[in-house]
Design a protein around this ligand. Structure first.
Ligand SMILES: *Cc1c(COP(=O)(O)O)cnc(C)c1O
Length: 401
């Protein structure tokens, strides 16, 4: 009996995918971004479900992520969005991953790797050129265009399948920056074509840009956030009908009635105010529970929120997300969340050892070692555990169970 697990509704992911595809013109395809283990849901199961629904293009950040997909039978286009290293290329080539190039030296080196492969006919490698337009991360600059063209002319084993860029502020209300990035991309690609390089595909849209700029959809939209049922920011909700595929659950493994004034947890920051029951669940920050990304205030309102939250915490009032749901009721975490154990103050609520608790666990920080249970047609269809903490191990179930 699992102590803590995550249920992922694959039908909900597929419905989100179909909702996205409905918005696309016939010449545009959806590239499902399943990086970071499909934002925590599980890259292989999500990609399999989407492939069954007709999705033929996937994107990840790293070569190793692409290899895992191939090893688990995902066919079709797999694009590695991030930089890759020479050591990874032979495997990436063998698995027919499409690679992103974002600096000059890698063009020569990748071509060389291809020449040195011990095969009779070196394959043509499909590459995508990443253009730096304002993300400040990776990509070719406009000033490198001539050199880029020269390098590509000397790299006969590379075929330019795509050219793309990535928006830094597509989810913000201020459109000017994004418009500037797009203009930059448009002039880059125009010049690239003047210089004789004609990429097969162009793609620029992430989830937010997909919703806000239908005229920029081009050949692919690269969608992650919307697929997993999230909106890219405030103001986007309602633009699509999305389903939430994610529920994290734990169960009570210890339950005890305690008197008023009982201290709970490290540093004893919590003290019971009346006679109550304390329930322990086997989940903690090592699983990602209670872990939140560092929040940088974007203005005075944000800054005030932080002050108020910390001020309330000083008086033992938690305004954070540390509340869980037990038998339909909201109950609060008592004291500090531990590494793998958390205490709940459940009051006099009718509950028992083994009862399920729904916990707010952020998808992207949920530990991949936590058991994933995949549901289709409302039933558990497969499970994933990590073999020795590294390799995903899948067990399929018959839906008839
Ligand atoms: C993560 C990522 C995406 C997907 O972005 P979402 O906003 O999650 O849809 C698209 N393109 C690149 C390059 C990315 O890194």
């Amino acid at each position: 009996m699992a102590g803590t697990w995550i249920e992922v509704d694959l039908d909900a992911v597929v419905e989100n995918y179909l909702e996205i595809v409905k918005q696309l013109r016939s010449e545009t395809r959806c590239m499902a971004v399943v990086k970071a283990d499909a934002y925590g849901l599980g890259a292989v199961e999500v990609a399999r479900a989407l492939a069954r629904a007709g999705c033929g293009a996937f994107a990840v950040t790293k070569v190793e992520e692409g290899l895992i997909l191939r090893e688990h039978g995902i066919e079709g286009l797999i694009l590695v969005l991030g930089p890759s290293t020479q050591g990874e290329w032979p495997k990436a080539i063998a698995a027919q991953l499409q690679l992103t190039l974002s600096e000059l030296s890698s063009i020569v080196e990748l071509n060389e790797t291809c020449t040195n492969l011990e095969v009779e006919h070196p394959p043509l490698i499909q590459v995508h050129l990443k253009v730096e337009t304002g993300m400040g991360r990776t990509g070719f600059l406009y000033s490198e265009l001539e050199a880029l063209t020269l390098a590509l002319a000397k790299a006969p084993h590379l075929q330019v399948a795509g050219v793309f860029t990535h928006f830094a502020r597509a989810a913000s209300k201020d459109k000017d920056y994004t418009l500037g990035q797009y203009k930059h991309f448009a002039s880059f690609t125009a010049r690239l074509e003047e210089l004789g390089i004609h990429p097969t595909w162009k793609h620029v849209c992430n989830s937010a840009a997909f919703l806000d700029y239908p005229e920029w959809h081009h050949d692919f939209v690269r969608i992650g956030t919307l697929l997993i049922g999230h909106y890219p920011g405030q103001g986007f909700s309602g633009k699509l009908k999305l389903n939430d595929p994610w529920v994290a659950k734990s169960r009570i493994v210890h339950l005890r009635k305690v008197p008023k004034g009982t201290y709970v947890g490290y540093q004893s920051i919590y003290r019971t105010k009346a006679e109550t029951q304390l329930a322990v669940i086997p989940v903690g920050y090592a699983d990602g529970f209670g872990v939140v990304p560092h929040f940088t205030p974007q203005g005075w309102v944000d800054f005030l929120k932080i002050i108020i939250k910390n001020f309330a915490a000083l008086f033992g009032i938690s305004l954070g997300q540390e509340r869980v749901e037990l038998n339909g009721k909201t109950v609060r975490v008592a004291g500090k969340i531990g590494m793998q154990l958390t205490v709940l103050d459940v009051g006099m609520l009718d509950c028992a050892l083994g009862d399920e608790v729904r916990i707010p666990l952020r998808r992207t920080v949920a530990n991949p070692r936590i058991l994933r249970r995949y549901c289709r047609n409302g039933l558990i269809s497969s499970e994933r555990v990590m073999e020795e903490g590294v390799l995903p191990l899948y067990t399929e179930y018959s839906l008839m169970r």
